[in-house]
Ligand binder design. Sequence first.
Ligand SMILES: Nc1nc2c(ncn2[C@@H]2O[C@H](COP(=O)(O)OP(=O)(O)OP(=O)(O)O)[C@@H](O)[C@H]2O)c(=O)[nH]1
Ligand SMILES: [Mg+2]
Length: 452
Amino acid sequence: MDISDTIAAIATPVGEGGLGIIRVSGPDARRVASSLFRHSAGKLDELQSHRMYYGTINDGQSAVDEVCLTFMKAPKSYTKEDTVEISCHGSPAVLRAVLKLVIGAGARMAEPGEFTKRSFLNGRIDLSQAEGVIDLIKSRSEGAARAAYNLMEGGLSSRIDAVRQKLVWVQSHLEASIDFPDEDFQTATDEELVQALGEAVSRMERLIKSYDGGRFLKHGLALAIIGKPNVGKSSLLNALLEEERAIVTHHPGTTRDLIRAEAELAGIRVELVDTAGLNPAPCEIEAEGIRRSLKAAETADAVLGLFDGSRPWEDADTRVLEEMGKSPFHIAVINKTDLTQMLEWPSSSTPPVCVSVKEGSGLGELVSLIASLSKNVTTGGDDEPIVTRLRHREIFLRIAADLKRAAEEVGIGRELASSAVWDALEEIKRFTGESYTEEVLEAIFSEFCVGK
Ligand SMILES: Nc1nc2c(ncn2[C@@H]2O[C@H](COP(=O)(O)OP(=O)(O)OP(=O)(O)O)[C@@H](O)[C@H]2O)c(=O)[nH]1
Ligand SMILES: [Mg+2]
């Protein structure tokens, strides 16, 4: 991978704005910028690091824009390379013109994420921190931004580093007893090694568990609302959204297509999916709607099963209960508690939340329950990192499995245990990016926008 050239890009979003920034990074950054810049104070010997200069960018004949230019000398910059940031007026036309001049002066157009990739390749941040940068840029709720900032700042890296140190200690004792079996070394006992491995496993397991909430935090929680026709699914959707989004009538079978809508419930981004009622004897159109409802329930992160408290229990309710139970995250809700209650809730099932959408009662409790599906996240506050990326979760699962294997094998044969610990240490390198494949880098950095 060539990182010896100089790259440039517009670092601010496309569109009109007060300011727009062009970023230039690489060995030629200072020369490129100096060749286009006219300092307001006249002649300028050489741009000094970490100073801001006021002047114009010129195309050889006239000024293109009035700018502030900052030079950051390597390694004290985002990329650890010589970097220049040119703050222009935020007009797409001006920014394009300035970028064109910068390219003409010898820089090349940066690829998406290339500045951050250089920051990683030049050793300023590890791979997980680069992922934190993407997540921070893309975060869409306060909670998601907090988790991403923690990742970017190395919150997760430092936890993993602590695990690594423990494993290095374990490994040194395992190897000492393998390499010098006959010598009288005081290596750690099996119990001590198993205990250290166990502690590392619990750390990994805590992190793995945090992903349940972490992924909701990052992507939002997709919640499908299912139930018999006419139980109030669309009414509930509207109530949660606080707008009349879906059509509500007293005719069973009103909703046929899926209706998706985003809401922020107790600080969590939730994508609500209203579905067609599960009618046991559907007409052709309803049958297609039901097929989609079931698909939505299957692919959602969580399923809300809605029941009509004013009607006796029917086979169709049993079906709803079953479909709902297929999701590991589900909530049962009885609606219409303002009417005379006829529903007999099956005692073997988890107690439902009772609401009346019509009167608005019980909705607060329901919202907190939905939010608590990602409670690991919402409680926040402490500095325990939350795993939000599948790549990390998968690596941690493999580490936990390696370490469990190692713990079992300590007493059987220290060579076996040592090889399992070695595997775990290799996984840690994949996490930090000390070892990587081009595919992994490509997958990660292609998520970026150009200019970051
Ligand atoms: N009394 C009472 N009626 C309700 C309540 N919630 C909804 N309804 C009424 O129940 C009827 C059906 O409501 P919808 O929201 O359309 O029900 P749905 O489950 O979306 O129905 P389909 O789309 O046909 O599957 C409407 O007449 C609503 O006004 C409630 O809490 N109490
Ligand atoms: Mg409906």
